[in-house]
Design a protein around this ligand. Structure first.
Ligand SMILES: [Mg+2]
Length: 415
């Protein structure tokens, strides 16, 4: 397996996740020691951690450390929604995302330099986007391996960014305590300490065979590899079951034209991402949220999977059309489009019977008025994707958007 020589792996980890969601949703909790969970502490704010409160810890022990700690009942629905929103941002940042848990993931950005810039810039933008769109602090570690990226995010917490350049990995790693190594729990740490091994540098000085006789074959070899900077595990791309994008509209009335234009922009974005990831999909989902916080979802499943912008866009617009009375009645505040029922690569041929490209030397073709001439939509979409990649999403869009400065009022979408 190829191992990148550059630092292109991001480990993104939300800070004190559940507690941060509580502090986000109730400003009174900000700056205060907050734990989520009564019997057992599921999450602790950094203000609570300062008192020595950890997870998991009995609530009673937490109150003993900090008598005025505020204990909140868990709201799993809110955490799950926030997690989905953050993972949707991860998906926009990189096609290679490996979720580790509800609040952390690895992202491989090695192929994105031309499109999105250097990994450190991508990481900084990711942090800003999560804060702006979801309102939560997230720490990102950037390194050549998953292990180093995870250690880096651990060191940079909370609300931080740390890049470990490949030529400074051991300098970064060696002063750290052995507990920072993956797989070192209380028992292993105690064994290591009993043999005078306290820092990662101490472990790196030991031979692999000495570590194996001390800790057993698997753990000994594993720790030897980590302490010397070896971790060849790649980031495993998880196949997405859906790809989507959404846009929050301000309160107040929105013209049909501006809602249509926003929808078109979202479809462009989703379709482009699908094509870059070599995914095709069958079901178009339209999600709307209204000023009274009610939500509506409409979907339509096509006979044949596609990535074609015109087909996806036509379907999304038909769905929007079916909700016109609701939109007029309740006031739209958010519009989202997703494509689900995604299939893998290599079934693009299914579209060919519908495409009918014009033969190069067909004399009849020149007599077809330009506007009615069948064109190779897939080739056009691919060209548009390439222009977007090079010059940004604002460079070229379909005619619906002309004359409207869509750079304003559209959130930063770093893909
Ligand atoms: Mg976390």
């Amino acid at each position: 397996m190829f191992v990148s020589a550059r630092a292109t792996i991001l480990h993104a980890d939300l800070d004190a996740f559940y507690a941060s969601v509580e502090q986000r949703d109730d400003p009174w909790l900000r700056g205060k020691p907050v734990v989520v969970g009564g019997g057992v502490v599921l999450a602790a704010s950094y203000e609570a951690k300062a008192y020595g409160i950890k997870t998991p810890m009995p609530g009673r022990a937490a109150r003993a450390l900090c008598p005025h700690v505020i204990s909140m009942p868990p709201r799993m629905n809110a955490y799950s929604r926030a997690s989905k929103e953050v993972f949707a941002i991860f998906d926009r940042v990189s096609p290679v995302v490996e979720g580790v848990s509800i609040d952390e993931a690895f992202l491989d950005v090695s192929g994105l330099r031309r499109i999105s810039g250097e990994p450190a810039d991508i990481a900084a933008r990711l942090r800003a986007t999560v804060m702006a769109e979801v309102g939560l602090p997230i720490t990102v570690g950037v390194a050549r391996t998953k292990f180093l990226a995870k250690v880096a995010s651990g060191v940079a917490k909370p609300d931080g960014l740390l890049v470990v350049p490949p030529d400074r990995e051991l300098e970064f790693l060696h002063p750290l305590p052995v507990e920072r190594l993956w797989g070192v729990g209380k028992v292993t740490a105690a064994t290591l300490h009993a043999h005078g091994l306290r820092s990662v540098a101490d472990i790196a000085k030991e031979s692999e065979s000495d570590l194996v006789s001390l800790l057993g074959r698997a753990t000994g070899r594993h720790l030897h590899a980590l302490a010397t900077g070896h971790d060849p595990r790649p980031v495993h791309r998880q196949r997405r079951r859906s790809m989507g994008a959404q846009h929050a509209l301000g309160r107040g009335a929105h013209s049909i034209e501006s809602v249509d234009a926003t929808l078109q922009l979202l479809v462009d974005k989703v379709a482009g991402r699908m094509r870059r990831a070599h995914r095709i999909g069958r079901t178009v989902v339209l999600r709307l949220r209204f000023a009274d916080y009610t939500r509506v979802t409409r979907s339509h499943t096509l006979g044949v999977p596609t990535t074609r912008t015109d087909i996806l866009s036509g379907t999304a617009r038909a769905l929007l059309e079916s909700t016109r009375p609701l939109v007029a009645d309740r006031g739209l505040t958010l519009i989202g489009v997703a494509v689900t029922n995604l299939d893998g690569e290599g079934i693009e041929q299914l579209e060919l019977p519908f495409d009918q490209p014009v033969p190069a030397h067909d004399p009849a073709a020149s007599e077809i008025p330009t506007t009615h001439r069948p064109i190779d939509r897939h080739a056009l979409d691919t060209v548009l994707d390439d222009v977007h990649d090079r010059f940004g999403a604002g460079a070229l869009t379909s005619a619906t958007l002309l004359g409207r400065d869509h750079r304003q009022g559209v959130p930063m979408l770093p893909d």
